[in-house]
Design a protein around this ligand. Sequence first.
Ligand code: MF3
Ligand code: CO
Length: 251
Amino acid sequence: MVIIKTKEEIEKMVLAGKILADVHHKLRDFIKPGVKTIEIDKFVDDYLISRGATAEEKGYEGYPYSVCTSVNDEVCHGFPSERVLKEGDILNVDLVVNYKGWLADSGWSYEVGEVSDEAKRLLQVTKECMYKGIELAQIGNRLGDIGYAIQEHAEKNGYSVVREFVGHGIGREMHEDPQVLHYGKPGHGLRIREGMVFTIEPMINQGKKEIYIDKNGWTAKTKDGSLSAQYEHQLAITKDGPIIITDQGDC
Ligand code: MF3
Ligand code: CO
């Protein structure tokens, strides 16, 4: 069941979203060669506490950390660890902020130092995929319109769309209905209505779409070892179009 949100509820999520956008801005300076991914976890935790917020991922279905840090061939749910980031890595940091009971979810990809042209292109196209989806998040459109636009853009560029993880409704709970697939057919799927709040978070692989789950039980990786990228925003559907709850202003 899709839980429709009021204007007031959306405003509460926007407050959580502002904190989350600020975290991502700070991470842009923090992430560089030599940093361990566990240090990102601590940095985010400390920052959220300073803002009166908490990291909702910690303990979610047993997830052990405050953030997901997915490097190179890791698709999502990478565990922060003693792994040292090195020049040329690409990294996604995904986290969910809880501020006064309302949630904001956004994952952003980062370049560590100077990265290859191929990596840059993957990041660019993945970001474009997300924004193409966001443009179509309009009252009266269908979720299949979003999925189709994302898939088309990814595949046109020689990439593939991961199927196992999808966008989702969100509010007081991290995962609500509907599921928002990043592939699909135009004119199919649920019709988009005012007051829906959901994420669009395509995971795009440089190679084939197949993934496997690491022995830690969480981390998804590309089967062929190719790079994977992801961008995620959370949106509220209004008469004037989508509000990007986790907007970061200049990126
Ligand atoms: N932020 C992720 C999402 O987009 C959730 C990660 S699952 C968790 O849905 F266990 F790490 F929280
Ligand atoms: Co999400």
